[in-house]
Design a protein around this ligand. Structure first.
Ligand SMILES: *Cc1c(COP(=O)(O)O)cnc(C)c1O
Length: 227
């Protein structure tokens, strides 16, 4: 049996420890419960214990969860987003974590009736299977986003590979942080870029030590009922 409250307590303890290690405040870490593997009922359990953010990686899942519990939570979109589906989430999404191409920004611009908070997804590890722009593209890509006034670049996002080597993971997260700081230094109004969306069930402690502000936790928090 998955006990969401117990899982949440254990994760909070690890967040607190990681924050102590690097002298950060746990209040600066936003935990997004990734509910893509679980039912609305399980998502509701998470909300009942005070979790305020949930994340979905598919438009269908996003709609299902938003329509059921969106009045109690900020619903984030964390997966590959097809341009033709932007209109299905744009009015309801808290933040998009997967902006990875100009054509997507253009569609967000067209469909949004407000500024939408977006993370630019970066493929730091260079794995073929991972989405995201390459690190060298980060600064020029974000500079070009200036014309899309409904897109606000709040930060950078990455997914680390499924490895356990701590040194390698740390290097991926710290690379993303370095790029975030480079964007911040530009002082662009359309791209404050103060946030880092990185860290999942198996690597969030290291991500926090390397500067994560938004961690996306699925299996270790709400469990995995289906894939
Ligand atoms: C599924 C998913 C997660 C959560 O994965 P867990 O390892 O179960 O914590 C986080 N981020 C993204 C983009 C995902 O697709």
């Amino acid at each position: 049996m998955v006990n969401v409250a117990q899982n949440a307590d254990a994760i909070q303890q690890q967040i607190n420890l990681a924050c102590e290690q690097c002298r950060r405040s746990p209040a600066d870490i936003t935990t997004i419960a990734v509910t893509k593997y679980v039912s609305v009922e399980r998502a509701q359990e998470a909300l009942n214990i005070g979790i305020a953010h949930i994340g979905e990686n598919r438009v269908e899942g996003f709609r299902e969860k938003h329509d059921a519990v969106g009045n109690q939570a900020n619903v984030h979109f964390i997966g590959t987003l097809q341009s033709r589906k932007v209109k299905e989430i744009i009015d309801d999404v808290a933040m998009i974590h997967s902006l990875d191409r100009m054509s997507l920004a253009k569609e967000i611009q067209k469909r949004a009736t407000r500024k939408v908070a977006c993370f630019v997804q970066v493929n730091v590890s260079g794995e073929q299977s991972k989405q995201g722009i390459s690190p060298e593209e980060v600064v020029p890509f974000i500079e070009e986003l200036r014309v899309y006034t409904n897109v606000e670049v709040v930060g950078l996002m990455t997914m680390a590979p499924a490895i356990t080597d701590e040194t390698q993971l740390r290097s991926i997260f710290s690379t993303l942080r370095a790029y975030k700081e480079e964007v911040e230094r530009q002082g662009w109004e359309h791209a404050p870029c103060h946030y880092l969306s990185m860290g999942m069930s198996n690597d969030f402690r290291i991500a926090i030590e390397e500067g994560a502000t938004h961690i996306r936790i699925g299996s270790k928090l709400v469990g995995k009922q289906f894939e």
